[in-house]
Write a protein that binds this ligand. Structure first.
Ligand code: FMN
Length: 328
């Protein structure tokens, strides 16, 4: 069997399949099942900024000093089943004690810059690293993209200053200049990048004339976007690159490693299949490696990624023109 060891945020993993942040990790038992199924590591479901705000709001309400502006905003969010940050911290601590595989916390932090305290408390649970998710729809015409990026980087700097454990940033694919953002985030202390966060895409029902937002699971073809960007960033950053979205098979994992990924994160396929699907993916990756005589992941990592020294712009533009000109 091939050697599948690798790293995420510099943390050693037995294999490159990390279970991504989601309600797959809703209980300690389900985390144990994912470990037994062979997961190399797991990112626990996120602590959302709104959970922190709700706890503070409850506190303010008890003191009788209600901030109406924020109360209105809070009423627009669904009631959070998972309680506030204290409950989250307790649960992460229990999960950490229950399994041996590396466990990563996730903070969904969008506006406040005081995340250092929570990051420090999460570090206290014994997690191996923290993943930051900055997802927030940019809807205010007065706020420039550069201001949003500055805010994200200042949150990252605050968390970096507060903890010693490694930090990853889960990126979304809509930055105007992803290369620039990644380079600044790496300078600010990011040890890994996860490409890409999957954004909510509500749909409409033309029969009932209603909007709905179901849990939309990815499909395999969606892995081409992370594939492209891991290939471009490979050799240009020191941080570990981790691909996510639409990774369903062992061959998908092989592809991501071929363009330079250190690991992958999977969620949708595990909602569709049993946790034991991880074993199937690992077996498929391993037999593919044996067939190609690759003894370990380093033997082929980045083989098909873009090498430094190649003009990234001409390469990307050239591929685009070649693809379009070839179509009648
Ligand atoms: C039901 C569900 C819940 C999710 N919850 C979170 C979350 O709490 N935090 C987060 O960063 N990503 C969350 N995600 C995104 C996943 O971690 C992952 O990035 C995305 O689904 C792409 O991977 P996939 O194609 O394997 O599903 C969630 C995804 C799903 C489907």
């Amino acid at each position: 069997m091939a050697d599948l060891r690798t790293t995420y945020m510099g943390v050693p993993l037995a294999n490159p399949i990390v279970v991504g942040s989601s309600s797959l990790s809703k209980s300690v038992d389900s985390i144990k099942r994912l470990e037994q199924a062979g997961a190399g590591g797991l990112v626990v479901k996120s602590l959302f900024e709104e959970q922190v705000q709700m706890e503070e709001e409850e506190f303010r309400t008890r003191l009788g000093a209600l901030d109406l502006g924020f109360s209105e905003a809070v009423s627009m969010f669904p009631k959070m089943k998972d309680g506030g940050p204290k409950q989250h911290l307790y649960w992460v601590e229990q999960a950490r004690k229950a399994v041996k595989m590396p466990l990563f916390a996730s903070l969904n932090c969008v506006s406040r810059v005081t995340w250092g305290d929570y990051a420090k408390q999460l570090e206290g649970t014994g997690v191996n690293g923290i993943e930051l998710n900055f997802y927030s729809p940019a809807l205010d015409p007065e706020i420039a993209a550069s201001d949003i990026e500055k805010r994200e980087i200042s949150i990252l700097e605050g968390v970096r200053a507060a903890v010693k454990i490694p930090i990853a940033v889960k990126l979304h694919p809509h930055y105007t200049s992803l290369m620039n953002v990644v380079s600044r985030m790496e300078t600010a202390g990011a040890n890994a990048f996860v490409l890409f966060n999957r954004l909510l895409q509500p749909d409409i029902d033309v029969d009932t004339l209603t909007r709905y937002a179901s849990v939309n699971l990815s499909s395999p073809g969606e892995s081409l976007l992370p594939l492209r960007w891991v290939a471009i960033l490979h050799d240009r950053v020191k941080a570990d690159l981790v691909a996510t979205t639409g990774i369903w098979t062992g061959r998908d994992v092989a592809k991501m490693v071929l363009v330079g990924a250190k690991a992958v994160q999977v969620v949708s396929v595990l909602y569709r299949e049993q946790p034991t699907h991880i074993q199937k993916m690992l077996a498929e990756l391993s037999s593919w490696m044996d067939a190609h005589n690759f003894a370990n992941l380093d033997a082929f990592r980045g083989m098909l990624g873009q090498k430094q020294g190649v003009d990234a712009w001409s390469f990307a533009r050239g591929q685009y023109i070649k693809a379009l000109v070839g179509v009648d």
